[in-house]
Design a protein around this ligand. Structure first.
Ligand SMILES: Nc1ncnc2c1ncn2[C@@H]1O[C@H](COP(=O)(O)OP(=O)(O)OP(=O)(O)O)[C@@H](O)[C@H]1O
Ligand SMILES: [Mg+2]
Length: 371
């Protein structure tokens, strides 16, 4: 029955079954050609996402972390089949899936739903909550056959996102709700499809700090009760530790580190992840002045800026900013190498090449901060 909780405990063997995965997922956006490009017969592209491989599992939250422009939203849009991919595979329940609009897209969306950053923009201001949720239930065939069944399904959805009593919310318009309540409605609308996967693109970053935790706790509750596979996109690596089972780090379109969240956030291996953690706001100094906060951006810490994605750096894309860069980092792309401190912890960094480990490591030095 609709929204019925599966009888299986999350600790069952199947709980970690792969639902949706990306293998070598790549997206290049064409850049509009200027006169120089036309004369040189050059077609330039933005390398937004290159060779991204990840697996979303039943009953687990996977965080995708990285700074602005690293390609996180593009990964989510590719996984939800809103964009065609340049190359690579999207595998749903073991089958490579390519969807181009129409009924196939609807069938895919029944399994894979997306939640966006801005709940106000994603809800239509002229329609009530009842309209939004009814539409989702009907499109996905979950609205029942009678008015009473539809009403039950609407109530179940609002109860599921803790907007209770449901009748208080059903006939309200989006502007009559708080930001947190609107995001709960957006989540309820996604649940109207009865999906297996939720792709949450910065779901709390536009919300007041005081209500972020409530929405994350709701998502965790859904993961546990409905055994959803959740992709949690964020630039806040501290929240990944709190909320996600697994954490993956992206830099300039490529994945650079992955492993269980505790390991990645407590023992980061890749120099970029270390930088992200060093520049994350420290809860103890969060009361500090705005000036202090500005002085701790990743750019300030590492020197330089994220690279151009039209002509990304050769070798490791982080090498121009990396305090531990070696000669080979400028020419050779590092593969995923096991870090060796925990099962499944890897970094795409030559520091973890057994040959490098055997040789003395270069002392990490900080490049000069560019103005
Ligand atoms: N439709 C598009 N056409 C051209 N370039 C695009 C398009 N969408 C994204 N890009 C580029 O791809 C890169 C990755 O963008 P994306 O939005 O995926 O990053 P992000 O990690 O989600 O960033 P943010 O944290 O700011 O949301 C950026 O350089 C962006 O300018
Ligand atoms: Mg984004």
């Amino acid at each position: 029955m609709f929204l019925e909780e599966p009888g299986m405990a999350p600790s069952d063997d199947n709980a970690a079954a792969a639902v949706l995965s990306a293998q070598g997922l790549t997206k290049h956006f064409p850049v509009r050609r200027g006169l120089a490009d036309l004369l040189a017969r050059r077609a330039r592209v933005v390398h937004a996402v290159d060779d991204v491989t990840l697996t979303l599992r039943r009953g687990r939250v996977t965080a995708l972390v990285g700074e602005s422009g690293s390609g996180k939203s593009t990964v989510a849009r590719l996984l939800s089949q809103l964009y065609p991919r340049t190359s690579g595979d999207i595998v749903l329940h073991g089958a490579v899936t390519t969807v181009r609009g129409g009924r196939a897209f609807r069938a895919y969306a029944r399994k894979v739903q997306m939640i966006f950053q801005d709940p106000f923009a994603s809800l239509n201001p002229v329609h009530t909550i009842r309209y939004h949720l009814t539409r989702s239930l009907r499109i996905h065939g979950n609205g029942g056959r009678t008015t009473a069944e539809l009403e039950d399904a609407l109530h179940a959805l609002l109860n599921r996102v803790h907007l209770t009593p449901p009748e208080r919310y059903l006939d309200k318009f989006p502007h009559e709700l708080s930001g947190g309540q609107r995001q709960r409605v957006a989540i309820a609308r996604a649940l109207g499809a009865n999906p297996e996967v939720l792709l949450a693109d910065e779901p709390v970053s536009m919300l007041d700090v005081s209500i972020r935790l409530g929405v994350l706790n709701l998502l965790r509750d859904l993961k546990e009760r409905l055994h959803l596979a959740i992709l949690y996109i964020t630039h806040d690596i501290a929240s990944a530790r709190y909320f996600a089972d697994e954490t993956l780090v992206m830099y300039a379109g490529r994945m650079v580190e992955g492993g269980d969240s505790e390991t990645v956030t407590q023992r980061p291996a890749h120099p970029y992840t270390r930088l992200l953690i060093a520049s994350a706001p420290d809860p103890d100094t969060i009361q500090g002045s705005a000036h202090e906060a500005v002085a701790h951006t990743p750019e300030d810490r590492a020197g330089g800026e994220p690279p151009s994605l039209i002509a990304p750096p050769s070798g490791c894309r982080f090498h121009p900013r990396c305090p531990a860069a070696m000669a080979r980092c400028t020419t050779e792309l590092p593969p995923r190498l096991p870090v060796g401190d925990a099962d499944g912890h890897w970094a795409a960094c030559w520091l973890y090449d057994p040959a490098t480990v055997a040789a003395p490591r270069p002392a990490p030095s900080r490049p000069a901060v560019t103005a």
